[in-house]
Design a protein around this ligand. Structure first.
Ligand SMILES: C[S@@+](CC[C@H](N)C(=O)[O-])C[C@H]1O[C@@H](n2cnc3c(N)ncnc32)[C@H](O)[C@@H]1O
Length: 205
């Protein structure tokens, strides 16, 4: 989807994906060490970054939609959460090595396989040894529900794909399940989800 598509989608008073952090983020936030430095790509209107900052983490959130980021800044101000925002096309991101304690990527399935592979390689580079990657998105079964997410099946995650792509990581959580989402009007209804929490293994790098 283009930047114009997302700008149009976010160009409304309403928070398209709601203002509450994803259940996945809330459920797995206890894996994070206190005061973690966290990178949040494709953060949208800020529901997850504001929540993570409210836990005392140092959150660096990005999205390519200025409109989304303006809404995210407003949300964080209301919640008294201090997040550093940057407008950025994630495919242009050139990360420093070993900068972050965690990368938390929620519904960033806009990347087709070739771009996703490059992005995952950058995530691995940007994580400190022992750093955490937390991914949450849709599995291919979501195409039966059509209650959110891309229709390009190749962009969706399976357990095999994530196990393969993060083979050198310690897999802490990997789960595919159905759940009812109520995240604004964009993610609403029965949904086929997949969660991953994995740790960069110090010995592999
Ligand atoms: C499905 S939304 C999820 C937003 C947020 N993570 C959440 O769960 O509420 C996907 C987000 O990715 C952003 N996005 C799409 N393509 C992008 C790109 N190439 N670079 C940066 N952000 C992008 C969109 O603007 C949108 O905010």
């Amino acid at each position: 989807m283009t930047k114009e598509f997302w700008d149009n989608r976010f160009n409304t008073e309403e928070f398209v994906f709601g203002t509450e952090a994803s259940e996945f983020v809330k459920k797995h936030a206890n894996y994070l060490t206190p005061n973690s430095k966290i990178f949040v790509p494709g953060d949208g209107e800020g529901r997850n970054s504001c929540y993570l900052a409210s836990l005392g983490h140092h959150v660096y959130a990005t999205d390519f939609s200025e409109i989304a980021i303006e809404k995210a800044k407003k949300l964080c101000a209301e919640k008294n959460s201090d997040v550093t925002f940057e407008v950025m096309n994630i495919f242009d991101w050139e990360p420093e090595a070993e900068e972050y304690d965690a990368i938390i990527a929620i519904f960033i399935q806009f990347a087709p396989p070739e771009e996703r592979n490059k992005l995952f390689a950058k995530f691995k580079k940007a994580l400190k040894p022992d750093g955490l990657i937390m991914l949450h998105g849709y599995s291919p079964k979501q195409l039966q529900f059509l209650t959110g997410g891309p229709k390009a099946i190749e962009n969706l995650y399976t357990k095999d794909l994530l196990r393969h792509d993060f083979a050198e990581f310690d897999m802490l959580q990997l789960e595919e399940y159905d759940a009812h989402l109520e995240e604004g009007h964009a993610h609403k209804g029965p949904s086929a989800l997949i969660d991953m929490v994995a740790r960069k293994d110090d010995w592999q790098y």
